[in-house]
Ligand binder design. Structure first.
Ligand code: ATP
Ligand code: MG
Length: 343
């Protein structure tokens, strides 16, 4: 039977990239499938990078609120905090014991973090620098935790943005490896569900990299909580180019292409249809005005719902979700322990 699992990190406010690459899909799947659905706020993933405790605690509640406001229905989907279900970390340990280190050091996200890290050398003493900087084991091992998240529920389908495809491939490899090692068919090989058109929304400041919650510049993204004025000023300042006319050319005109994608996606039209609208337009200004308008309209109902939801209700949803998730997780982990000989 079909089981869906996906997660989002409480590393900040969800943005338009999360919405178009993942969350919109999450909501639609509730209606278009009869699968059992798990959506998790993956706080154990968030702490692979330094987090302020008070900020993290608040970010988790805010994230849950945002997900509910986007249309996640707790009657339909199990919505829960990852750290409330201890089996995630336990299954990760099991997988750690069979996964070759080389599989992890090959991951492009790890390699890109390696590139920006300044203090990766091993230091003997526990200096202040060791406490705050340097790449941690958890960051290298993050995709194994992701494999555990997914396989703990024997998920068959995983709705994610394009940036997560390599990690999902690793999940399939880990599942295959486990099944072979212990001569079992315990774990299914999960498939990705990627939104068909715009898989990846790019940063407004550097359209060469993806829009991210953890990008230090708030100007780089449209948060789902941004006011109309903030949307207007961020889009007005979004990096484009001086080329006349509007064309969709992601390679040579990534900034313009990104705005066209956002508009097409939010309006439910094709890029070609949107480009056609701007046939006689010479400057980017008109495109930016239209995109602003479309984003502001799309955010309105989500923000109204965020204001309506109270923290007590949100906490109750998360607690109920954790109870439901835990009962399945513990049963599946038990089967896994049996296959290994731990019980
Ligand atoms: P962080 O910077 O902390 O990693 P993030 O913005 O990448 O945050 P995640 O919590 O890592 O968000 O990912 C949540 C979901 O959103 C994933 O399915 C991911 O594929 C998707 N996603 C993230 N960024 C984008 C983007 N720019 N375009 C499309 N999908 C995205
Ligand atoms: Mg990410």
């Amino acid at each position: 039977s079909k089981v869906i699992f996906s997660g989002i990190q409480p590393t900040g406010t969800p943005h338009l990239g999360n919405y178009l690459g993942a969350l919109y899909n999450w909501v639609q799947l509730q209606k278009s499938t009869d699968a059992t659905i798990y959506y998790s706020i993956v706080d154990l993933h968030a702490i692979t990078m330094p987090q302020n405790p008070a900020t993290l605690r608040q970010a988790k509640i805010d994230m849950a609120k945002s997900l509910l406001a986007c249309g996640i229905d707790p009657k339909r989907s199990v919505l829960f905090e990852q750290s409330k279900v201890k089996e995630h970390a336990e299954l990760q340990w099991i997988f750690n014991c069979i996964t070759p280190v080389g599989w992890l050091s090959r991951m492009t996200q790890w390699k890109s973090k390696l590139g920006t890290n300044t203090s990766s050398t091993h230091s003997q003493s526990l200096s202040d620098e060791t406490l705050t900087t340097g790449l941690k084991m958890g960051l290298l091992d993050y995709p194994v935790l992701q494999a555990a998240d997914i396989l703990l529920y024997k998920a068959t389908h995983v709705p994610v943005g394009e940036d997560q495809l390599q990690h999902l491939e690793l999940t399939r490899d880990v599942a295959t490896l486990f099944n072979k090692t212990f001569k079992t068919r315990l774990f299914p090989l999960p498939e990705a569900i990627v939104p068909p058109a715009t898989k990846r929304i790019m940063s407004l400041r550097q359209p060469g990299s993806k829009m991210s919650k953890s990008d230090p510049s708030d100007q780089s993204r449209i948060n789902l909580t941004d006011s109309p004025d903030e949307v207007q000023s961020k889009i007005a300042r979004a990096q484009t180019d001086g080329i006349r006319g509007i064309t969709f050319d992601p390679v040579n005109r990534p900034g313009v292409a990104n705005l066209l994608s956002i508009q097409a996606e939010l309006e439910g039209r094709t890029i070609e249809q949107v480009v056609e609208d701007f046939k006689s337009v010479q400057s980017n200004k008109e495109l930016k005005d239209r995109v602003t308008e479309v984003i502001v309209e799309a955010l309105k109902p989500i923000q109204a719902e965020m204001r309506r939801l109270d923290a007590g209700y949100v906490q109750q949803v998360l607690n109920d979700g954790a109870d439901k998730a835990r009962s399945v997780a513990s049963e599946n982990l038990h089967s896994c322990f049996k296959a290994i000989g731990l019980v």
